[in-house]
Design a protein around this ligand. Structure first.
Ligand SMILES: Cc1cc2nc3c(=O)[nH]c(=O)nc-3n(C[C@H](O)[C@H](O)[C@H](O)COP(=O)(O)OP(=O)(O)OC[C@H]3O[C@@H](n4cnc5c(N)ncnc54)[C@H](O)[C@@H]3O)c2cc1C
Length: 274
């Protein structure tokens, strides 16, 4: 399924880096969170497969910075997160399988369920969550901001164990990286090092308004209930439909009201005692 989307090989990785330094790095800091813009490098896929190394990217970005590229330093900071993840994985390999903070061990996460399956299939009824989950299923990739939104939705609104999300990402992502995946999931869930505090619960609706202001990202992946996607989007929608990710009857009812889900999560997480 991901074949038309993956950018494979050493040469392609170098071309990707060159294109990003040429066109993307200047506005990286401002635009990197926008779901609807191709504002990031896409290099995680090539890094994950060893087609390019972090040092090469780091030095190329440093050179771009010396030449005056505005976003270079910020890009280097993001790249450093990958190394931090591997540092954690080396010293605490259990980060991929257990709560990094042992005080989370008593928390009664939900296990696998119909709700988790609807999350996996992009059928929660929450537009930005469903768009992101379908994007990943079809293309093998998902924007970093979207990863945080769907991870927060699963672990906080649905109170479902982060391991269920981590396993599904491992199954779907072409940039799957055991260290960055584990760090990302435990950061969002709150159980990781330097993690998001338990009361930081992403609101998918306000996140979508902010980072997909014209709804273009959602319209690319969600076609239910509308008059059908614009012509150029048909191939994508056809893939979603073939993958069983699209119901012709219109949008699904939301699995959970966002305010109720937030209140339920806050109560459960506060009772845990941190
Ligand atoms: C729940 C969750 C799961 C994730 N799983 C993975 C995964 O399996 N594999 C993976 O490579 N990344 C993972 N990430 C991190 C991040 O989402 C991706 O690295 C990023 O989306 C890659 O896109 P890009 O190459 O265009 O990034 P750019 O914005 O261009 O960043 C450049 C490089 O910096 C590194 N980087 C950027 N942000 C992060 C981050 N938050 N953590 C670690 N490294 C980062 C990546 O190597 C990336 O290629 C995860 C994040 C979350 C929240």
């Amino acid at each position: 399924m991901v074949a038309p989307y993956a950018v494979v090989g050493e040469e392609a990785a170098r071309a990707r880096l060159a294109a990003f330094l040429d066109r993307g790095i200047e506005r990286y800091r401002e635009d990197r969170d926008r779901l609807d813009l191709p504002a990031t490098s896409g290099l995680s896929e090539n890094l994950a497969w060893g087609e390019i190394g972090p040092r090469e990217i780091w030095h190329a970005a440093a050179e771009a910075g010396r030449m005056g590229a505005q976003g270079a330093e910020h890009f280097q900071k993001e790249l450093a997160w990958r190394d931090f993840a591997w540092h954690l994985m080396y010293h605490t390999p259990e980060i991929a399988s257990r709560n990094w903070r042992a005080e989370w061990d008593g928390f009664a996460w939900e296990g696998d369920s119909d709700a988790a399956e609807r999350w996996r299939r992009g059928m929660t009824g929450e537009p930005v969550v469903d768009a992101a989950m379908r994007q990943m299923y079809v293309t093998g990739t998902m924007h970093n901001r979207a990863r945080m939104i769907v991870a927060s939705y699963l672990t906080k609104h649905l109170l479902t164990h982060w391991k269920i999300g981590l396993d599904w990402f491992a199954e779907c992502l072409t940039d799957w990286d055991p260290a960055s995946n584990a760090m990302g999931w435990q950061w969002v869930a709150g159980s990781g090092p330097d993690a998001a505090p338990y009361f930081r619960i992403f609101n998918p609706a306000t996140q979508a308004e902010k980072f997909d202001p014209d709804g273009r990202y959602r319209a690319t992946w969600l076609a239910e209930g509308g008059r059908g996607p614009r012509r150029r989007l048909w191939p994508i929608s056809t893939r979603c439909r073939k993958a069983g990710l699209w119901t012709p009857r219109g949008r699904r009812r939301a699995l959970i009201d966002l305010a109720d889900g937030r209140a339920r999560a806050l109560a459960a997480l506060a009772a845990r005692g941190t």
